[in-house]
Design a protein around this ligand. Structure first.
Ligand SMILES: Nc1nc2c(ncn2[C@@H]2O[C@H](COP(=O)(O)OP(=O)(O)OP(=O)(O)O)[C@@H](O)[C@H]2O)c(=O)[nH]1
Ligand SMILES: [Mg+2]
Length: 540
C-alpha cells in the first residue's frame, strides 16, 4: 500500500527536528496503535489543509478587495455623523480631505451669515420664533421643555437694542450674500453658477430684506446627476445613490437649513471653478487668488465685518440674546467669535473650521478607505453617512441588511435645546428602535455619547438637567454625574431591548470636533469592529 506523502515528510524531518523526534512513533507500537495514530494524523492534516485553504482564499479575497467592513453612522439630525465621517477622512485620506479645504469656505460663510440672521431675528420687536430645528415631528412622544419661570422663552420681552434699525440696515447686504452663496452651492453643476435654477424657491415673497426666519428655503438639488467623486485612490468619498430611497423633489419649503443633496458637485465647483483660480501665466507659478476676483463672496462679507463685530459685541445684544435664551455659541456652525479671521480676504479654512462647518445631509454619503499596515491590512472599509432628519430616516433600512457595525451618535448636550421637544428623548427613542431591530441582531454597536464639550460648558453655565428631565431628580448637576446618568440610560435600553443578549455594547464619551481625542477613539473602534467580525470575514 502506498504510504501517504505527509508521512515521508514526517520521517525525513524526524532525524533533524527535535520536536519531530519527540513525536516519532513510540518504540514497540502495536499494529492497532499504529492504525489509530495514522488516522489521527490524517485527520490533523485534513484540518490543517482546510485552514491553509481558508488563508489562501482570504488572501485572494483581500487582493480582490472582497474583505470589506461596512459601517453605518446613525443618529438624529445634528448628532455629529458627518463630522465623524470627516474625522475618518482626515485620519485615512488626508489628501482628499485637504483637497476640499477651499470648498468649505462657502459653507462657513453661510454658517456665519446665518448666525447674524438669527441675532437680527431675535432683536426684532415683532414676536418671532427663532428656531431652526425643523426636523422634529412634534406629534411623537417626547417631553416638552418648560422654562424655569413657566413661560416659553419667546414670551419674554426685555432689553431694547437702540441700534437695531441701524444694524438691520448695515447688514442688509448679507441677505443678498446668503442667496448668492446658496445659489453657488446649489447650482454647482450648471455651466454658469450665476443662474437661479428654475425651481429654486425664493424667500417667501421677500425678495429682499431680513425675513422672520420661518420661511427660508431648504435648497434641495435633484438627483440623477453624475455622482461626484474625487480622483483619490484608494480612498474616496462618494454619494451613494444605489440604495437611496429619498424623494427626487427639488423643492422644499419647510426647512430653513441649507441642504445639499449628496449627488451634487458643490465641493469641486466651489474649490476649483471660476477663472480667478487658474494660473496667471503658464509658467510663472503665480496663482491668482479668489480675493482678486471682484465677484467672490468674500468681498461682501469683508465689507460687513465691522457691522457684524459691533453687533456681536454690543452689550444690549448680549442681554437680549440671554433673555431669549439663545446661546449661539452652542449652536452648529458658530464662527461669531472669529469674525476678523473668517472674513479676511485671504481666509483659508483650517481643519477645525471644516469640522465645525454645518451642512445638513440629504441622501447617503459613502466613504471608502483601506488601511495600509497592521492587522487590518488590506481590509476595505466602507462608511455610510446618512441624513438624520425625520424625513431622511426611511433611507436607513436598506443598509441594515449587510452592515457589519453601527456607530450610533447621541448628542448629550441637547436636553434643553428645543423649546417644543426634548431632543434627548428623541435620541433615546431612536436608539431603542435601532438596538431592538432584529435585522441588526448580529451587528456590532458602538455608541458615541457626543458633544461632551458642550455638555460640560452647559453644566458649568448653571443649566440644570433636572429642569428638563424630571427623572434626573436631585442628583448633582456636575459633568461626572450627568454623563454617568446618560450612559446608564442608553445602556439599560440596550440591555432590555437587544434581541442578542450576548452583544457587547461599546460606549465612548466623545466630542467629534476634537481631532486628537477622536482619532484615538476611531482607532480603538476600528479594532473592536474587526474583532467582532473576525468570523464573518474569516480573518482568523
Ligand atoms: N462642539 C461640538 N460640536 C459638534 C460636535 N459634534 C458635531 N458638532 C457640530 O454639530 C453640527 C452638526 O453636526 P453634523 O455632523 O453635521 O450632524 P449630522 O448628524 O451629520 O446631521 P444631519 O446631516 O442633519 O443628519 C456641526 O456644525 C458640527 O461641527 C461636538 O462633539 N462638539
Ligand atoms: Mg450629516
Amino acid at each position: 500500500m502506498e504510504k501517504p506523502r505527509y508521512q515521508e515528510t514526517f520521517r525525513a524531518r524526524a532525524s533533524s527536528d527535535p520536536l519531530s523526534a519527540a513525536l516519532a512513533p513510540p518504540p514497540g507500537e502495536t499494529l492497532e496503535q499504529k492504525e489509530l495514530r495514522l488516522k489521527a494524523e490524517a485527520e490533523a492534516k485534513r484540518i490543517s489543509d482546510g485552514i491553509d485553504d481558508m488563508i489562501r482564499q482570504e488572501r485572494h479575497d483581500r487582493k480582490r478587495g472582497r474583505a470589506e467592513v461596512k459601517v453605518l453612522l446613525l443618529g438624529q439630525s445634528e448628532s455629529g455623523k458627518s463630522t465623524t465621517l470627516k474625522q475618518f477622512q482626515l485620519l485615512h485620506s488626508p489628501a482628499a480631505f485637504h483637497a476640499e479645504r477651499l470648498a468649505w469656505r462657502a459653507v462657513i460663510y453661510l454658517n456665519l451669515v446665518k448666525s447674524i440672521r438669527r441675532i437680527i431675528e431675535a432683536l426684532s420687536p415683532e414676536p418671532n420664533d427663532v428656531d431652526d430645528h425643523d426636523d422634529i415631528d412634534s406629534t411623537e412622544t417626547a417631553s416638552i421643555i418648560i422654562s424655569s419661570n413657566g413661560r416659553p422663552p419667546s414670551a419674554i420681552s426685555g432689553t431694547k437694542v437702540s441700534n437695531y434699525e441701524r444694524y438691520r440696515e448695515r447688514l442688509e447686504p448679507l441677505v443678498e450674500l446668503e442667496d448668492r452663496l446658496i445659489r453657488l452651492l446649489s447650482s454647482a453643476e450648471e455651466d454658469e453658477a450665476t443662474h437661479l435654477p428654475p425651481s429654486l424657491p425664493v424667500h417667501n415673497g421677500h425678495t429682499n430684506g431680513w425675513s422672520n426666519g420661518r420661511n427660508l428655503p431648504a435648497i434641495v438639488i435633484p438627483q440623477g446627476k453624475p455622482p461626484y467623486s474625487l480622483p483619490v485612490s484608494p480612498s474616496s468619498t462618494t454619494p451613494s445613490t444605489n440604495r437611496s430611497t429619498q424623494s427626487t423633489s427639488n423643492l422644499s419649503t419647510k426647512g430653513k437649513e441649507v441642504v445639499i443633496q449628496a449627488t451634487t458637485n458643490w465641493k469641486k465647483a466651489f474649490a476649483l471653478g471660476g477663472k480667478s483660480k487658474s494660473p496667471k501665466t503658464a509658467h510663472s507659478g503665480e496663482i491668482e487668488g479668489w480675493w482678486e476676483d471682484p465677484d467672490d463672496p468674500v468681498h461682501a462679507l469683508h465689507a460687513s465685518a465691522p457691522a457684524m463685530l459691533e453687533l456681536w459685541r454690543d452689550p444690549q445684544v448680549t442681554a437680549r440674546l440671554r433673555e431669549k435664551r439663545l446661546r449661539l455659541e452652542e449652536s452648529s456652525g458658530f464662527y461669531l467669535d472669529e469674525i476678523p479671521r473668517i472674513t479676511a480676504k485671504m481666509y483659508i479654512p483650517t481643519d477645525e473650521d471644516i469640522l465645525k462647518a454645518r451642512l445638513k445631509t440629504m441622501g447617503v454619503v459613502e466613504h471608502t478607505f483601506s488601511i495600509p499596515s497592521g492587522t487590518n491590512r488590506g481590509v476595505r472599509w466602507k462608511i455610510y453617512d446618512v441624513g438624520g432628519a425625520r424625513n431622511q430616516r426611511q433611507a436607513w433600512a436598506p443598509y441594515f441588511e449587510d452592515v457589519n457595525a453601527i456607530i450610533f451618535l447621541a448628542p448629550i448636550s441637547v436636553f434643553d435645546q428645543d423649546p417644543r421637544i426634548n431632543r434627548l428623548e428623541d435620541s433615546l427613542l431612536l436608539w431603542r428602535s435601532v438596538v431592538s431591530n432584529k435585522l441588526l441582531a448580529g451587528v456590532s454597536i458602538v455608541l458615541f455619547l457626543n458633544k461632551c464639550d458642550l455638555l460640560q460648558a452647559k453644566l458649568d453655565a448653571g443649566v440644570r438637567l433636572s429642569h428638563h428631565m424630571i427623572s434626573y431628580g436631585d442628583r448633582p448637576n456636575d459633568y461626572s454625574s450627568v454623563s454617568k446618568y446618560f450612559r446608564n440610560k442608553f445602556g439599560v435600553l440596550h440591555h432590555s431591548y437587544s434581541p442578542n443578549k450576548d452583544r457587547e455594547l461599546y460606549i465612548h464619551f466623545t466630542a467629534v470636533t476634537d481631532t486628537r481625542r477622536t482619532s484615538t477613539i476611531i482607532s480603538s473602534v476600528r479594532d473592536i469592529i474587526v474583532k467582532g467580525n473576525l468570523r464573518d470575514l474569516r480573518l482568523a
